[in-house]
Ligand binder design. Structure first.
Ligand SMILES: C[S@@+](CC[C@H](N)C(=O)[O-])C[C@H]1O[C@@H](n2cnc3c(N)ncnc32)[C@H](O)[C@@H]1O
Length: 188
C-alpha cells in the first residue's frame, strides 16, 4: 500500500462535533503564535478553534476535496494546508505541537514518526481509540524503551461516541504527550 491513507476505507471518517473540538483545543492550552499541526484535518473541526486560540496552523489532509475546502475556508487565516500522506510528512525544523484527530488506522506509524530521533515535537494532543491511548500511557506501545526517556504520556479528556458524527464503534480519548528532555539530535 503506497501510503496508509490510501488503504481501503481510509476516507471514511468521523468528524468531531464543533463543541468537542473546542474542548480538545481548550484542554491543550494553546499559546498564541505556537506552531500547531492538525494532522488529518478533515473539514477543519480542530483547525477553527486552533485559529481562534491564535495558533499558526499547518493542516495536513490527504483527501484532495477536503484539502481544497480547507484552503478556501481558511484563506484569510494563519493556516497552511498541506496535501500529503501523514506517513510522509516532513516534520518542522522548529519546535511544534500537534493537536489532531487523525484516522485511527494510522495512529501507530504517525506516533512513531512524531517521536522519531531529531523530532522537535514539544507536545501532542491526539484523539485516538481509547485502547490505543491506554497502551501508550501504560508504556506498552512500540519503542517505549527509547521514547519514554524523552516524553511523558498521559490520558487526556475522554470523548463520548456522540462527540463524532456518525458515532464510531469504539471509545475515544486524548493521548497527551509531553517532551521532558531533549532527544539526542534536538540538542545540537
Ligand atoms: C477521523 S477524520 C478527522 C477529521 C477532523 N480532524 C475532525 O476532527 O473532524 C481523519 C481525516 O484524516 C484524513 N486522512 C486519512 N488518511 C490520511 C493520511 N494518511 N494522511 C493525512 N490525512 C489522512 C481523512 O481524509 C480525514 O479527513
Amino acid at each position: 500500500m503506497p501510503g496508509s491513507g490510501q488503504a481501503r476505507g481510509a476516507w471514511g471518517w468521523h468528524p468531531l462535533d464543533s463543541r468537542w473540538a473546542q474542548r480538545v483545543v481548550d484542554a491543550a492550552g494553546v499559546v498564541p503564535g505556537e506552531l500547531v499541526l492538525d494532522i488529518g484535518a478533515g473539514n477543519g473541526a480542530l483547525t477553527a478553534p486552533l485559529v481562534r486560540a491564535g495558533a499558526q496552523v499547518v493542516a495536513v489532509e490527504l483527501h484532495p476535496g477536503r484539502a481544497d475546502r480547507l484552503r478556501r475556508r481558511f484563506s484569510d487565516a494563519p493556516v497552511t494546508v498541506v496535501r500529503v500522506d501523514a506517513a510522509d510528512l516532513r516534520l518542522p525544523a522548529r519546535p511544534f505541537r500537534v493537536i489532531s484527530s487523525p484516522p485511527y488506522g494510522i495512529s501507530t506509524p504517525l506516533l512513531k514518526r512524531l517521536l522519531s530521533p531529531g523530532s522537535r515535537l514539544v507536545t501532542a494532543d491526539l484523539v485516538l481509540q481509547r485502547q490505543v491511548v491506554n497502551r501508550w500511557v501504560d508504556g506498552r506501545a512500540p519503542g517505549a524503551a527509547r521514547w519514554s526517556r524523552y516524553y511523558d504520556t498521559s490520558l487526556g479528556i475522554r470523548l463520548p461516541r456522540k462527540a463524532f458524527t456518525p458515532p464510531p464503534q469504539v471509545d475515544s480519548a486524548v493521548l497527551r504527550i509531553e517532551r521532558i528532555r531533549k532527544g539526542p539530535a534536538a540538542q545540537r
